[in-house]
Design a protein around this ligand. Sequence first.
Ligand SMILES: Cc1cc2nc3c(=O)[nH]c(=O)nc-3n(C[C@H](O)[C@H](O)[C@H](O)COP(=O)(O)OP(=O)(O)OC[C@H]3O[C@@H](n4cnc5c(N)ncnc54)[C@H](O)[C@@H]3O)c2cc1C
Length: 597
Amino acid sequence: MAETITHDVVIVGAGLAGSWAAMTASQQGVKDIGVLSKIHPLRSHSGAAQGGIAAAINNTRPVAGTGPRGPLEMIPEGDELIDSWELHMFDTIKGSDWLGDHDAIELMVKEAPDIIYEYEHLGCVFSRLPDGRIAQRRFGGHSVPRANYSADYTGHVLLHTVHEQALRHGTKFYSEWYCMDLIIEDNICRGVVAMDILTGEIHTIRAKAVMFGTGGYGRAFKITSNAFANTGDGVAIAYNAGVPLMDMECVQFHPTGLYRHGILMSEACRGEGGYLTNANGDRFMENYAPDKMELAPRDLVSRSEQKEIDEGRGVGSDGQGIYLDMRHLGREKILERLPQVRELALEFVGADMIDTPVPIQPTAHYSMGGIPVNVDGQVLASADGTPVTGFFAAGECACVSVHGANRLGTNSLLGASLFGKRAGVKMAEMVLGGAKLMPISGDPAGKNEERIKALMNREGKENVEDIAQELKTTMTDNCGIFRNDEKLKQALEDIDELQGRFKNASIMDKTNRFNTDVLAAIETDHLLTFSEVIAASAKERKESRGAHSRTDHPKRDDENWIKHILATKDKSTEEPNLSFKDVNIDWERFPPQERKY
Ligand SMILES: Cc1cc2nc3c(=O)[nH]c(=O)nc-3n(C[C@H](O)[C@H](O)[C@H](O)COP(=O)(O)OP(=O)(O)OC[C@H]3O[C@@H](n4cnc5c(N)ncnc54)[C@H](O)[C@@H]3O)c2cc1C
């Protein structure tokens, strides 16, 4: 039997949320921290982030008289400032379509500048203005240039900066370890179960505090910008362990994924001035967001693109594309500011954006919903706010909720960093305050060994990959950008059928070492688990808000729907039970208003 491992703190996920939590907890004095990552830590999806990280630090402004799309210039020392945390807060609330919690948003935007300066002091290589201050660009839904960036490699430089600090403080990284279970008894989290992928050994890992920073789950859709690893393991594992999931119907589709691939062409493309055009060569955003044009928030731009496509004005062999036209920016600017996206377009669709429009299409990108947490990262056991003792979550797998029904670009790197940090502080407080390793009943590792043995011994004819593909097809067709009751019913029926078929799926590889067949099966199981929650929550929310757009309920319904949906797995039927939680709204300062751009 594989050895039981113990740590004071165990963090699952080595992206920005996990790395910040590890760095911070060790800075606070916790000596014994383990971080698990199913892929090499530096391959975490945070490293793929391109465009920027938001904070109102007032370094650039539009040149006077050039309009909302004109060039930017430095704000000279002593000149009037154009940005503030209040404006960042308003933009985020409006972007969230009044489903984000105002107290959490206020905390995030107020602490944002300190996060940027902390990165700077840790040596992060930001792009710079001529006078040495951090460069800022425009991003969708933000009233002013507020995206701090490093060319189009922002996530890469941020992740490397925090990862090396976590290493420096002695964090133990378990690279290519797969967490497959969470141990919660009597509402106290006691550890996790994980597989060392190299050997196939299953270990129980006990800890005084456990944090999930397991990232997003765009892989439930056919076209996605998300890495292969983004299969929502954390949300599915937590849900199976009895923890609720919140706002799962809110899935963001990014307007510019490479045509047929989904790979992201950063919003920085439009932030720097790119146009979107249809088959007639029209800049169609004029008809949907005359003021902000291409820099309207993502939900609105994606819906506009989809409308153009559905009405026959798409491009590409199947008419499912739109053009991203960057030619007017010129070679020099493209090579300086967007070298990575240019290469991606060249490599994957053979279009050099310097002299050719790039075909793109909406792509599943970000999961606003997830494991409900408070601002200290403590996971909530129910709508009344009772925490699960010793269980924390941060980053994309968590729902604070600061992004509500639609996240603004660049707010996610900020949220993952800040709430990862805050969870690190709280876990340290718990451990240094004398928390104990709690006893575990039964044999969790053994139980999971049995689960894998059963999977290997199955003789059924079903194929795991076929099931995953069929799931992605129904999620895209029936639970995608535009939804309605009939489609969502279909999605739920399909998922139910696929869950049944999964029980008869067998795998070919029966060995222990680096068995990716087993992992793909468990990941598909997770996709099936949380996709059901997405579809059930989407069916329940009978209105359109942010990224959740129902053709049968096209209006936002503030009277009935300023509330979060929580889904808990029913112990007997295994179906999601839905309940509701109030949104924290500051009715005085930020009352709901119509969302126009
Ligand atoms: C292409 C792309 C570009 C983006 N650009 C921006 C941007 O410019 N600005 C912005 O604000 N946001 C951006 N985002 C969103 C942002 O990058 C993510 O939301 C954020 O980085 C998530 O960080 P995280 O720490 O929560 O998760 P991740 O960085 O995804 O890390 C997840 C970690 O969990 C681990 N893990 C998962 N499951 C398991 C398991 N079962 N066992 C063990 N380990 C596990 C993984 O190995 C990984 O280490 C972008 C996203 C994408 C996909």
